[in-house]
Design a protein around this ligand. Structure first.
Ligand code: HEC
Length: 210
C-alpha cells in the first residue's frame, strides 16, 4: 500500500518534470530541451540566460533536420544580427507547435513569433527576425503612446490591452483592427500617420507576439 503510494508520487514528479505547458504567443517559452547548431543539447532557459540575446528556433519533423553545415551557416547569419539559432529536435514534445515551424523567443525568454509550415534558411531566416524587430521599432514609435511599450495599457475604457492578442486573432484580423486607410501601393494611413506597407506588415507580426 505504502509502496504503491510512493510509486504514484514518484511517477507524478517525473511527469511534472517532463511536461511543458503549450506554446503561446506573448507568454514565457516552454523550457524545452533544444540543440545548438553544433549539436549540443541544452535547456532553452539555460541557453537564453547564458547568451542574453534573441533566439530563432527551428522545429523540424523527423527527417527534416537541415544538414549540420547548413545549420552552422544559418547560425552565422543570425550571429551577425546578435541572435542565436536553436533546433527543437523532432523527438522533443512541443504542444502548440505544428511542425515544421519556426519560432522566435526573445532574450527575456518570451515566445514572440510562431510560423507553421516552413523552416526558413539563408536570407529568409534573417528576414524572420528582422521583420519582428522592424515591427518593434514601428510599435514603439507609432503605437506605444496609446498602448504602452509592451501593449498592456488600458489608458481609457475602449483601449483593450494587446497582450496575448496573437493567440486569439490571425494576422489578417489584427491588420483589420488597425483600421488602415490604404492610400496607394506602398503607403498605409493608421491613426493619422503614414506607414510603408512593409512597416505595417512588420508591426502586425510584432503585435501578435505581445
Ligand atoms: C491615439 C491612440 C492610438 C494609437 C496611436 C494606436 N492605437 Fe491601437 N487602438 C486604440 C484604441 C482606442 C483602440 C480600441 C478601439 C478602436 O479600435 O478604436 C485600439 C485598438 C487596437 C487594436 C485592436 C485590439 C483588439 O483587441 O481588438 C490593435 C491590434 C491596435 N490598436 C494596434 C495598434 C497599432 C499596431 C498601432 C500603431 C501602428 C496602434 N494601435 C496605434 C488607440 C490607438
Amino acid at each position: 500500500m505504502l509502496r504503491a503510494d510512493l510509486m504514484v508520487v514518484g511517477l507524478a514528479s517525473v511527469l511534472l518534470a517532463v511536461a511543458q505547458p503549450p506554446a503561446r504567443l506573448g507568454a514565457p517559452a516552454p523550457d524545452w530541451t533544444v540543440e545548438t547548431a553544433g549539436g549540443e543539447r541544452i535547456k532553452l532557459s539555460h541557453r537564453l540566460r547564458e547568451r542574453k540575446r534573441d533566439a530563432v528556433v527551428l522545429a523540424p519533423r523527423e527527417g527534416e533536420l537541415p544538414p549540420r553545415a547548413a545549420l552552422e551557416e544559418s547560425a552565422g547569419r543570425l550571429g551577425e544580427r546578435d541572435a542565436d539559432l536553436l533546433v527543437l529536435p523532432p523527438g522533443e514534445a512541443a504542444e502548440g507547435v505544428d511542425r515544421p515551424a519556426v519560432l522566435l523567443v526573445d532574450a527575456g525568454a518570451v515566445l514572440r513569433r510562431i510560423e507553421n509550415g516552413r523552416l526558413p534558411a539563408g536570407k529568409d531566416l534573417g528576414e524572420f527576425i528582422d521583420e519582428w524587430r522592424l515591427g518593434r521599432d514601428v510599435f514603439l514609435t507609432a503605437c506605444a503612446r496609446c498602448h504602452g511599450d509592451d501593449g498592456s495599457l488600458q489608458i481609457c475604457g475602449d483601449v483593450k490591452p494587446l497582450t496575448g492578442i496573437g493567440n486569439r486573432l490571425t494576422a489578417a484580423q489584427v491588420y483589420e483592427r488597425l483600421r488602415p486607410g490604404v492610400l496607394g501601393e506602398n503607403d498605409v494611413l493608421i491613426r493619422g500617420r503614414f506607414h510603408k506597407r512593409k512597416e505595417v506588415e512588420a508591426v502586425v507580426v510584432f503585435v501578435r507576439g505581445l
